[in-house]
Design a binder for this molecule. Structure first.
Ligand code: GTP
Length: 470
């Protein structure tokens, strides 16, 4: 049985994205918004899906998410609770009694996180007590507002210190270019330091790419977070498809991410998804039949990415795809060979495309008119640095003038000056440089592939040689 995963959603963005994630998981596991099984389990017929990684089972027909919701103001959490009455464990919900939010200040969020750290860790410990084979965490947050970034940063530090051997993944939403708040580059750089130092894998989204994609997917110029969040949750649910609908491969977070993270420093991942059928989004346009061949190749198209990339010469280090639907193996083989010709892989990389053929949930309505395949791609590429370089540029512009620093001056990290800013900026620079170095042929020459350098276990690492390719 796959290990349990605890989802921690922090701040407005974290909780709003989380709401769609749980909604998707409920649909895929036939669970109602109050946690009841839509079709009562038949004790003589075992389920073909595995609800245990993401849900506790209270009695035979009632499920509770392994989720923790944290916010400094109540509206997002309240909305989740209104949409899912009695679904979430009330012990796992924490909203600041002051209800004032962090006012977009990383520093305020971080200090709240510090003050409440023991309480949060107790909540997490209790949740871990309800597991048998606890595997790790996934954090959902934005890197730009005060709570998701600051409180989220403090949690990342606390979790990686308290549970160093457990996998810690993040789903991190970067702001759009048209930042609503001038200090967003500060918040982002400070948070990126924690993502670089404390997470094992960070799946990066940005609101520019998401908003562009929603306009296309929903054919509506007036899209909102309700739309963008469905795209993120489609990616999140697909990443975990092989865990929830188990097969003998990729049935744990480390086994998925070990195919993608060659060294601990290179753990910022890009997601692509296509097509967004009604299995994943409400109100998506109708799709004609397609094949695994079309989908696998389309996944590498910039227009299907959930993060902006501005690089003509993207260098791929690793890729992992999940296809769900009517998949013909011969189509997959043809597409792999075509993609390998088209994509530029780093010289030291195996050039493998890891492809998992996932299972479509039996609880979703049957495909009637058309048969189609949907696909998710996760890749580790040099192009992610365009987003980071852009953030650094905006940070440098305001920091060089000492602009807007007042918001931070009372924070506990800034009592002795602004070193935290310069150090965080340096950490982000090092990430960018590591990605550039990884484009070179000799990148792995001086990396000793010791166990502690690797994510996941040795057997999963062997898969990276390509023996799991279909
Ligand atoms: P405070 O409001 O300061 O307490 O922090 P917070 O973490 O709750 O703020 P929030 O999550 O609103 O973060 C702001 C950033 O997240 C901005 O860049 C927003 O554009 C983005 N954002 C907020 N909500 C959502 C959402 O539901 N989806 C997406 N994709 N982005 C969001």
């Amino acid at each position: 049985m796959a290990g349990e995963i605890i989802t921690i959603q922090v701040g407005q963005c974290g909780n709003q994205v989380g709401k769609h994630f749980w909604s998707q998981l409920c649909r895929e596991h036939g669970i109602d918004v109050d946690g009841q099984n839509q079709v009562p389990d038949d004790p003589n017929t075992p389920r073909s899906d595995d609800t245990n990684p993401f849900f506790k089972q209270n009695d035979r027909n009632r499920y509770t998410p392994r989720a923790i919701m944290i916010d400094l103001e109540p509206s997002a959490v309240q909305d989740v609770q209104n949409s899912f009455p009695d679904f979430f464990d009330s012990r796992n919900i924490w909203v600041s009694p002051e209800e004032s939010g962090a006012g977009n200040s990383w520093s305020k969020g971080y200090d709240y996180g510090f003050a409440q750290q023991e309480e949060f860790l107790n909540m997490i410990d209790k949740e871990i007590d309800a597991t048998e084979n606890f595997e790790g965490f996934q954090l959902i947050h934005s890197v730009a507002g005060g709570t998701g970034s600051g409180l989220g940063s403090n949690l990342l530090e606390a979790i990686s210190e308290r549970y160093p051997r457990k996998f810690l993944a993040s789903y991190s939403v970067f702001p759009s270019d048209e930042s609503e708040v001038v200090i967003q580059p500060y918040n982002t750089i400070l948070t990126m330091r924690r993502l670089a130092e404390n997470s094992d894998a960070s799946i990066v989204f940005d609101n520019n790419a998401l908003l562009n994609l929603t306009t296309r997917v929903f054919r509506d110029p007036y899209t909102s977070y309700i739309h963008t969040n469905q795209l993120i949750s489609a990616a999140m649910s697909s990443i975990t498809n092989s865990i929830r609908f188990p097969s003998y491969m990729y049935n744990s977070l480390p086994s998925i991410f070990s195919t993608l993270v060659p060294t601990p420093e290179l753990h910022f991942l890009t997601a692509g998804f296509t097509p967004f059928t009604s299995d994943y989004v409400v109100g998506g346009k109708d799709f004609k039949s397609n094949t695994a061949y079309d989908v696998l190749l389309d996944l590498f198209d910039d227009s299907n990415l959930l993060v902006t990339r501005q690089s003509d010469g993207t260098i791929y280090f690793n890729t992992y795809c999940t296809l769900v639907g009517q998949v013909e193996q011969s189509d997959v083989l043809k597409a792999i060979s075509k993609a390998q010709q088209r994509l530029n892989f780093a010289p030291w990389s195996t050039s493998s495309l890891h492809v998992n053929v996932g299972r479509r949930s039996p609880y979703l309505p049957p495909q009637t008119k058309h048969t189609y395949v949907s696909g998710l791609m996760l890749s580790n590429t040099s192009a992610i640095t365009s987003l980071f370089r852009g953030t650094c540029k905006m940070f440098d512009k305001i920091f060089s003038k000492g602009a807007f620093l007042n918001t931070f001056k009372d924070g506990r990290m800034f009592q002795n000056g602004w070193d935290e800013f310069t150090e965080s900026r340096e950490v982000v620079q090092n990430v960018v440089e590591e990605y550039s170095a990884a484009e070179q042929e000799n990148y792995l020459d001086d990396v000793i592939l010791e166990d502690e350098n690797m994510v996941g276990n040795q057997s999963a690492q062997l898969d990276a040689e390509g023996d799991d390719i279909i």
